[in-house]
Design a protein around this ligand. Structure first.
Ligand code: ATP
Length: 283
C-alpha cells in the first residue's frame, strides 16, 4: 500500500498558555501543501521494520512511525508486523510536520492492513498520543487546530495557493522553541478570528498580509537568516511571508506562479532547500 504524506504550513500560530503537563495550548491555522513523502507499507509476519532514504531519520524505535505502530499493536493486540519504506522529500526538523504526516499515514495504513476498523476519531485519538500535529495530518486540507493541536475544525479549502518554501541549513527543535517562549511577553498576536473569516471568504490577500507566528521571535533571535529570507520574499512580491511551525522553514504566498518562480530563482542562489508548491485540499 503506497501513501503520500503531505507536509503542512501554519498560516498563523498563537500560543495561549503552558499547561501543567508542559504541553502548550495553541490556536493555529493549518494548511497542507504539495510537498510529500511517499511511503510504502507492506504486511510482514511480525515486527516493525523501517527503511528511509534520508540518513538523518532514525529507523528504530525513535521513528514516530515506529512509535505509533507499536502503540496500535499494543492497543489492538496485533501479532502481525509491518515493513515501511519512507521516501523522504520533506526536510527534517523544518517546521513542516515531516514526521507527523508520516505517522498519520501509518495510522491509515495500519487500520487497513491490520483490519483495525478505526473511525476518524480513533485515528485522531491515537495520533495525538505521538505528536500534536498528527491529528491534523490525518485529513489535512485547511483547518483550525486548538487545544494542543488536536481539536480540529475543518475549514473551506484554500487549495491552489502559490507558495515558495525556503529552509535554511539549520535544524530546529520544536521542544526547545516552545520552552524558550515567554508567553506573557508576546507583543504581537494573530487575530485568529478575523483570519478565520478571511478563510471563509477565501481572501488570500488578507490572510497573507495579516499572518503572525508568535514563535518567530524565539527562532529568529537565534537564526537571523529567517528574517533575511522573509525580507527577500517580500522584495520579490510575496503577498506575505512567515516562518512555519517552530521553524526554520519560511514560506511566502504569491499571487501568480510567475511571481513565485522569480522569488524561487532568487532564493536558489542563496539557499539549497527551496521549493515551489501549491496548497492542497483535504486528503
Ligand atoms: P513539526 O512541524 O511537527 O514540529 P518538524 O518538521 O519540525 O515537525 P520533523 O521533521 O517531524 O520536525 O522531525 C523532528 C524530529 O523527529 C527529527 O529530529 C527526526 O530525527 C525525528 N523523526 C522521527 N521520525 C521521523 C520521520 N518519520 N520523519 C522525520 N523525522 C522523524
Amino acid at each position: 500500500m503506497e501513501l503520500k504524506a503531505f507536509a503542512k504550513i501554519n498560516l498563523s500560530i498563537d500560543v495561549l498558555k503552558r499547561r501543567e503537563d508542559n504541553y502548550h495550548e495553541v490556536r493555529m491555522i493549518m494548511q497542507s501543501i504539495g510537498l510529500y513523502d511517499t511511503i510504502n507499507f507492506d504486511l510482514r509476519e511480525k515486527g516493525i521494520k523501517i527503511y528511509c532514504t534520508d540518513p538523518n531519520v532514525p529507523c528504530d524505535e525513535r521513528n514516530i512511525v515506529y512509535k505509533v505502530l507499536q502503540l496500535l499493536k499494543e492497543n489492538y493486540k496485533i501479532e502481525k508486523g509491518m515493513e515501511i519504506d519512507i521516501h523522504k522529500r520533506i526536510p527534517v526538523a523544518a517546521g513542516l510536520a515531516g514526521g507527523s504526516c508520516d505517522a498519520a499515514c501509518a495510522i491509515i495504513a495500519a487500520s487497513s492492513l491490520w483490519d483495525l476498523k478505526m473511525t476518524y476519531e480513533d485515528m485522531v485519538d491515537i495520533g495525538s498520543k505521538v505528536g500534536a500535529d498528527v491529528p491534523f495530518c490525518i485529513k489535512g486540507g485547511t483547518a483550525l487546530a486548538e487545544g494542543i493541536g488536536d481539536k480540529l475544525t475543518q475549514l473551506p479549502s484554500l487549495e491552489g495557493i502559490h507558495i515558495v518554501l525556503a529552509k535554511p541549513l539549520i535544524g530546529v527543535s520544536t521542544k526547545e522553541v516552545y520552552q524558550s517562549l515567554k508567553i506573557d511577553e508576546i507583543v504581537i498576536r494573530p487575530d485568529i478570528d478575523r483570519l478565520l473569516k478571511a478563510v471563509q471568504e477565501k481572501n488570500i490577500r488578507y490572510i497573507a498580509d495579516n499572518m503572525v507566528n508568535v514563535l518567530e521571535t524565539v527562532t529568529i533571535k537565534k537564526h537571523p537568516v529567517i528574517e533575511e529570507i522573509k525580507r527577500i520574499m517580500v522584495e520579490f512580491n510575496a503577498l506575505g511571508s512567515l516562518m512555519s511551525g517552530s521553524g526554520p522553514t519560511v514560506f511566502g504566498i504569491f499571487d501568480t506562479h510567475d511571481d513565485a518562480e522569480k522569488c524561487y530563482n532568487r532564493l536558489r542562489d542563496y539557499i539549497k532547500d527551496v521549493y515551489i508548491v501549491e496548497s492542497v485540499g483535504e486528503l
